[in-house]
Design a protein around this ligand. Structure first.
Ligand SMILES: [Zn+2]
Ligand SMILES: [Zn+2]
Length: 307
C-alpha cells in the first residue's frame, strides 16, 4: 500500500522561484490528504500530477498566510472542475469565519459543501479515521494557535500461510476466524499460531510539525514515528531569532527527532536568507544523522521496504 508524502512547498513566508510556501500531500493508497495550502499549491498539485478529485481532506496547521493563502484559489478551481464531493477542512475555528465570506462571494456556484472541523489547539485529539488511517492533531508552540498532525496506518490483520490452508483444508470462514485471532483446534489440540499466520508489518506513521519553536511536549504523540517532518527555519547562528519568532533551528528539529526515536527526519520551512541550505543539514546531522533537506516536488516514502 502506498504511503508517501510529496513536498509541494518548502519555504517559509516568502515564496521564491525555487521554493513555494508550505504545502504537502500525503498519498495513502491513492487517496490524497493535503497538509497546509500556501500560495501556489494548486499549481504545484498540477505539476506533480496529483488528481484534484482525490483530495477530500485538507489539514491546516495554523492561520499564517504562508500556510493558507492557496485555499480560496484551490476551492474556486474545484468548483470550475465540477466537483460535487464535499471538502473537509480541519483548521482553527477562525478559518471558517475568514473563508466563508470569500466562498460566498467568489464561489457562490460551487456544487459541493465545504465542511469545517475545528481543531483543538490545547491538547492532542483524534480528528479523522477511516479503515486504513487515523489522524491525530497535537499542539505546537507558535505565535498563534498551531497544530501538528500525526498520520498513522491502522494495524492490519495477519496473513494466513498458504501451506496451512492446504494442510488443514481450511474453509473461508475458518480463515477469517483464524486471522482475527481465534485458535484452530485439531483433535482438541490448538495449532501453534506461527504455523498458521504471517504477522502483519508494523503500522507506518508520518508526523508533520510546522511551525513551532522547540517543543518537547509533542514527543508524547510522535514517539517512534517513521518519518518526521519538522520545520527548520533557521541555522544555529540565528537561534535567538528562532526563539523570538517561535520557530526552530535545524539542531532543535534534530533533537526532537532523536528524542522521538524517529526513523528519518525531513527539514523544511526555510528562511529565504540562506542561499546554501547544506549548513542546516550538516548541523542537524551532527545530532540526528538520518536528516534530509526537502525540495519541492520530492516524494518521500514513509518507510522503505513497502509491503
Ligand atoms: Zn510558516
Ligand atoms: Zn507561522
Amino acid at each position: 500500500m502506498t504511503f508517501s508524502v510529496t513536498i509541494l512547498g518548502s519555504n517559509s513566508a516568502l515564496p521564491t522561484t525555487k521554493r513555494y510556501p508550505t504545502a504537502q500531500v500525503l498519498n495513502v493508497s491513492e487517496r490524497f490528504f493535503l497538509i497546509d495550502c500556501g500560495e501556489g499549491t494548486q499549481l504545484q498539485l498540477r505539476k506533480n500530477k496529483i488528481k484534484f478529485s482525490r483530495i477530500n481532506n485538507i489539514f491546516i496547521s495554523h492561520l499564517h498566510g504562508d500556510h493558507v493563502f492557496g485555499l480560496i484559489g484551490l476551492i474556486s478551481t474545484f468548483g470550475l472542475l465540477g466537483r460535487t464531493n464535499d471538502l473537509h477542512i480541519y483548521a482553527h475555528s477562525d478559518l471558517e469565519k475568514i473563508l466563508t465570506p470569500q466562498i460566498n462571494y467568489f464561489c457562490k456556484d460551487i456544487k459541493f459543501g465545504v465542511i469545517f472541523h475545528h481543531l483543538n489547539t490545547k491538547k492532542p485529539e483524534l480528528i479523522f479515521e477511516d479503515k486504513n488511517l487515523t489522524v491525530t492533531s497535537f499542539p505546537l508552540k507558535h505565535r498563534v494557535p498551531t497544530c501538528g498532525f500525526l498520520f498513522k496506518e491502522k494495524q492490519k490483520e495477519p496473513n494466513i500461510k498458504k501451506e496451512a490452508i492446504a494442510k488443514y483444508e481450511l474453509s473461508i470462514a475458518e480463515i477469517v476466524r483464524i486471522k482475527k485471532g481465534e485458535p484452530l483446534y485439531i483433535d482438541n489440540v490448538p495449532v501453534p499460531e506461527e504455523e498458521l499466520l504471517i504477522p502483519p508489518p508494523p503500522p507506518r506513521s508520518y508526523a508533520f510539525c510546522s511551525d513551532t519553536g522547540y517543543n518537547t511536549a509533542m514527543l508524547q504523540v510522535i514517539k517512534g514515528v517513521d518519518l518526521l517532518y519538522h520545520e527548520a527555519t533557521f541555522a544555529d547562528e540565528h537561534k535567538e531569532l528562532a526563539k523570538k519568532t517561535t520557530h526552530s533551528t535545524a539542531k532543535q528539529a534534530a533533537t526532537i527527532a532523536k528524542e522521538a526515536n524517529a526513523g528519518k527526519l525531513l527539514l523544511g520551512h526555510f528562511s529565504s536568507r540562506y542561499d546554501d541550505l547544506s549548513i542546516l543539514e550538516k548541523e542537524a546531522r551532527e545530532i540526528f544523522p538520518e536528516t534530509y533537506i526537502v525540495n519541492d516536488g520530492e516524494v518521500w516514502d514513509v518507510r522503505c521496504g513497502d509491503v
